[in-house]
Structures are given as structure tokens and as C-alpha cells.
Design a protein. Structure first.
Length: 188
């Protein structure tokens, strides 16, 4: 086991998680008060192409890399899910809703979240073969772990109503993370 020491304390980096792994950044989701201007910027200024976006029940757009089969790397939220506590979409780094990683090991991640005492949410993307888990890092940054059903080789998850992810609704509990730090220190 290798040890890494971040500023302010120590934590342990272990071997890769058996049966699971992160494969890359899936997309960045951006909240906006002006969907059309944001879409034009990413499409016409940056050069991404607009790609199919499932109907989530609120406005938005997905933009992908221009090559054939290019992944949707920017997801834009508008409407209710884009609004912050003030009733307005945030600006600056607060405009980033979550980071999405392409992963494998859906059930292994759930087991790891349970073992760490972390809350999470689940979502099956409508009309696709994508499954998602949502969890927060200790600073409150929301992560979306995205899984391809055909790679998971298991039946569709049965997501309880209490665990269903709902865009724009935070479930972050900062009191969870001191417990996580104590668990890590006890294992060291």
C-alpha cells in the first residue's frame, strides 16, 4: 500500500478497486440562465456539435466533440434545475453542477459508498443504456459516475424512490465527511 500525504494530514492510496474503475471524464454539466447564448458559445465559438439529449423534463442541450461518434462532453442545464438558492443560475465556478466520470462496477461503487457511510443517488437515463450514481466529495462537489449497462453485465438496478437522483436537489451532508476522515485515519 502506498501512502500519500496531502496538506493537513495523511490518507492512504490503495490498489485499484476490484471489479470497478474510472475510465475517463464523461462530461461537465453547466447551469445557465441563457440557454441559447450558452448553446451558441459552445457550438459556434468553441466548435462542438449539438447531439441528441434525452427528454429530462427541463430545457438544456448536449454538445459533443465534432468527430464522428464524438462524446457529449458539455451538458447545459436551463430552467428550474439551473437555478440556485437565490432563484438565479450561478456564475463562475458555481455554474458547474457536477463532474461526470465514465466508470464500471456499479454495484461495487454502491458497496463502497455504504462502507464509507456516504449518501448517494441513482438514475437510469431515459431511452439509453446508461446507469448513474451521484455522490459528493468532501468539498461538496457533486460527482456523477456513469455506467454502460452492457458492460455491467447485470440486470437493471431496482432504484428505490428515496435513492432516485433529482436534478437541482442537493443531498450533500457535510457532517458525513468528518466521519469519513476518522475512518481513513483508523485504517492507517
Amino acid at each position: 500500500m502506498r501512502r500519500a500525504t496531502p496538506a493537513g494530514g495523511g490518507w492512504t492510496m490503495s490498489a485499484p478497486l476490484p471489479g470497478a474503475g474510472v475510465h475517463g471524464l464523461f462530461h461537465v454539466a453547466i447551469k445557465t440562465a441563457d440557454l441559447e447564448a450558452t448553446r451558441i458559445f459552445w457550438r459556434d465559438i468553441i466548435g462542438l456539435k449539438e447531439i441528441h439529449r434525452p427528454d429530462f423534463g427541463y430545457p438544456g442541450a448536449w454538445l459533443g466533440c465534432p468527430q464522428p461518434g464524438g462524446l457529449g462532453i458539455i451538458h447545459i442545464y436551463a430552467g428550474g434545475p439551473a437555478l440556485g438558492p437565490s432563484g438565479m443560475a450561478p456564475y463562475g465556478t458555481g455554474a458547474i453542477d457536477h463532474i461526470s466520470l465514465s466508470c464500471s462496477g456499479y454495484r461495487a461503487y454502491i458497496a463502497r459508498f455504504k462502507a464509507a457511510g456516504l449518501d448517494w443517488r441513482e438514475f437510469i437515463v431515459p431511452g439509453t443504456s446508461l446507469w448513474q450514481l451521484f455522490v459528493y466529495d468532501p468539498s461538496g462537489m457533486q460527482l456523477e459516475l456513469t455506467f454502460e449497462a452492457s458492460i455491467e453485465g447485470a440486470e437493471l438496478p431496482d432504484v428505490s424512490e428515496a435513492r432516485v437522483y433529482r436534478a437541482g436537489r442537493s443531498f450533500f451532508d457535510p457532517d458525513t465527511y468528518p466521519k469519513l476522515a476518522r475512518q481513513a485515519a483508523a485504517r492507517a
